[in-house]
Design a protein around this ligand. Structure first.
Ligand code: RTP
Length: 144
């Protein structure tokens, strides 16, 4: 089953949006498979965003991600990568539709509350980076 990596960024955690965001994914019908609240090291943030390392906003982006704890999650379900991006909304909150997370809770591209993998392949890479020990397989753990 398809999985995606979702991260509530430091502003989302500080503003008390963790429950709201989890609720939107749960109500849609997706399954929460893994969750960690972590303070991110600079080198780890640089690794997560390595594809953007040549962008002028890269240093500011890394500073933002290490500015406080984030909530890293794995969500599972049919089409969860693309649908997750729809639930999140456009990267720039000025362009994201009302009803999306960024459309409802953000105004600044540099403080846009949440990250979601943009493709199945990047989701696999990001899940491996953030959950190196994998996520709990609840079905098989019930039997062991
Ligand atoms: P994300 O990876 O966080 O889900 O965002 P995204 O795919 O929608 O956007 P991407 O282009 O990968 O950019 C990653 C994050 O960098 C910040 N950003 N700042 N100041 C700027 O012009 C700018 N552009 C991008 C945003 O936090 C964006 O989510």
């Amino acid at each position: 089953m398809e999985q995606t990596f979702i991260m509530i960024k430091p502003d989302g955690v500080q503003r008390g949006l963790v429950g709201e965001i989890i609720s939107r994914f749960e109500k849609k019908g997706f399954i929460l498979k893994g969750l960690r609240m972590v303070g991110v090291e600079r080198s780890f943030a640089e690794k997560h965003y390595e594809d953007l390392s040549s962008k002028p906003f890269f240093t500011g982006l890394v500073e933002y991600i290490i500015s406080g704890p984030v909530v890293a999650m794995v969500w599972e379900g049919k089409g969860v990568v693309a649908t997750g991006r729809k639930i999140i909304g456009a990267t720039n909150p000025a362009a994201s539709e009302p009803g999306t997370i960024r459309g409802d809770f953000a105004v600044e591209i540099g403080r846009n509350v949440i990250h979601g993998s943009d493709a199945v392949e990047s989701a696999k890479k990001e899940i491996a980076l953030w959950f190196p020990d994998g996520v709990v397989d609840w079905q098989s753990s019930l039997h062991s």
